[in-house]
Every structure is written in C-alpha cells, then in structure tokens.
Design a protein around this ligand. Sequence first.
Ligand SMILES: NC(=O)c1ccc[n+]([C@@H]2O[C@H](COP(=O)([O-])OP(=O)(O)OC[C@H]3O[C@@H](n4cnc5c(N)ncnc54)[C@H](OP(=O)(O)O)[C@@H]3O)[C@@H](O)[C@H]2O)c1
Length: 281
Amino acid sequence: MRNLTLNDGNNIPIVGFGTYKATEQDGIDSVKHALLNGYRLIDTAAVYGNEEAVGKGIKASGVSRDEIYVTTKLWRENLGYESAKEELEKSLKRLDLDYIDLYLIHWPANAKNYDKWQEANAESWKAMEELQAEGKIKSIGVSNFFEEHLDTLFKTANVKPALNQIEFHPGYWQKELVNYCKKQNIVVESWSPLARGKVFENEELKAIAKAHNTTVAKVCLRWVIQHDVIVIPKSTTEERIESNIKLFDFELSDEEMKQINELPEFGFSGEHPLFWPERVI
Ligand SMILES: NC(=O)c1ccc[n+]([C@@H]2O[C@H](COP(=O)([O-])OP(=O)(O)OC[C@H]3O[C@@H](n4cnc5c(N)ncnc54)[C@H](OP(=O)(O)O)[C@@H]3O)[C@@H](O)[C@H]2O)c1
C-alpha cells in the first residue's frame, strides 16, 4: 500500500476504510473483513457510536496493532481543553487501545455554537498537543476546517495540523481549500468519496468507468488518490470492501482527471462548518 508522509514525519496509507454507520456486529465484521483484505487505515469517530465495534473488529482480525493506523475524532460539541482530554481517554477505552495514530477535531467550533469559537478550537488543540507529547496520539489533525479556521489556529498552535479531512468527491472537492492545505504542507483526506452513492448515476463517470472496464466507484476512488488525497470509502458489503482497495490496476489520464475535476457541482452533503447543526441544503 502506498503511504503519504505527514508534516510530523509519520506515514499514513493513502487508502483506508470508513466506518460511519457501521455499528454493532456490522462494524465488527466490516472492520475485520477490511483488515483481512489489506486495509491498514481505519477511520472512526466518537460520534459514530462504533468505537467499541471497531476495537473488536481490530482484535478479531488478528492483525497486530502496530500494523494498523487508527483515526478517531473529537466531537464538535465537546471542544475545550479538559473536555478534549476526557474525550480522548473515553475513545481509547472504547477502542481498547493504548494510543491513537491520528486524532482529529471533527468540526471546528463556529460562532453559532461557541461564544468564543477561536478559543474553543485553540484550547482543544493545546490538549491534543499535550496528548501527542505524552504518546497517547501519534499525529494530530483537523476535519472540516476552512482556511479561516486553519489561519486562526496557526496563531496559537505549537504543532501544525498534520491533516485536514474534508468532503471531497467528484462534484464537490473544495479545490481552493485543497490547494491551501497543500501549500501549508497539510495532507488532505477525503470523506464521502462516493458522495454516499450520489456519484453512481453520473453519465460522464459511467463512460470513464466503461473505458477502463471498471466501476464508477473505483473511478472516483482512483481520482481521489491521483490528487494525492487519502481516501476512506465506507462499506459493509464484503465484495465492495474487497473491490474498493484495488485501485492500483488502472490509471486515469490527465484528460480524464481534468474532466472529473470540472464536473458541475453535485452531491454536496449540505454539512457546513459555519452552520452546523443546520444543513445548508
Ligand atoms: N470528518 C467528517 O465530517 C466525515 C463525514 C462523513 C464521513 N466521514 C468518514 O468518511 C467515510 C466515508 O464517507 P461516507 O461513509 O459518508 O460515504 P461514502 O464512502 O462516499 O459512501 C458510502 C456508501 O457507498 C456505498 N458503497 C461503498 N462502496 C461501494 C461500491 N463499490 N459500489 C457501490 N456502493 C458502494 C456504501 O454501501 P454499503 O455499506 O451498503 O456497501 C455506503 O452506502 C465515513 O465512513 C467516515 O469514516 C467523515
């Protein structure tokens, strides 16, 4: 598996496994199946309610802990210095792990929900820096941060975020934000690379898939990694789990990359860092 190197020197696989909505037995079975089929990066979050299942899936796979890269996230309603520390301990306990490879602020505090949103992010970050220094977290990063959130965080941070996990799929890939992150040496990770299924009816994607004798899913996932962006598709279907990691047997041409880049906007989730908990569509 190809890795990317983060700005703190740690490596992260370019293809991983998403677990949103994979709970209970589905969570255990899908994580185990993913690990047995070559995935080494598992993405979960406190708010998914499946950290216990993910931990059990990891154990059931028999793959050793040091070969697996585990990401979890601090929920947006629990931001703050003390709270970040407490929440990390709870995640470790639920996952039954001694450390997390990558801990993310799941969504930035916003002005609607925090009187001092800048402080809420900064204080959470300070706690995460300390947890990283203690060895409980290997790398620290953010999710759904716009440029304004990153710039504000830079003012107080001692450690630069290693990664920003954002909505990124054909039809909605936040090009300017991606360019800004790359300029700052912050790796980008894509969430909802299949737009939770909304990519499948797109005729241009279907034509590209046909030309490569592959599926629309694989075209989308391949397009993500050809941007040097990490991809974490979710599936609880065994054959899809197996197929979604086989992305290295074809390549999209520059022309095809451009064509997908330029697709008109579609598939946006409606989840927006400045407006949560409301959606914008
Ligand atoms: N940081 C954030 O705010 C944030 C937000 C959203 C997601 N995420 C992370 O990103 C991961 C991926 O995003 P997501 O789960 O929202 O959406 P996604 O990966 O774009 O789509 C998942 C959906 O696509 C289906 N699917 C997967 N592979 C397929 C294939 N080869 N062919 C046809 N259908 C396929 C799955 O169905 P089955 O499961 O039934 O196979 C599931 O319904 C999440 O699981 C989570 O870990 C993070």
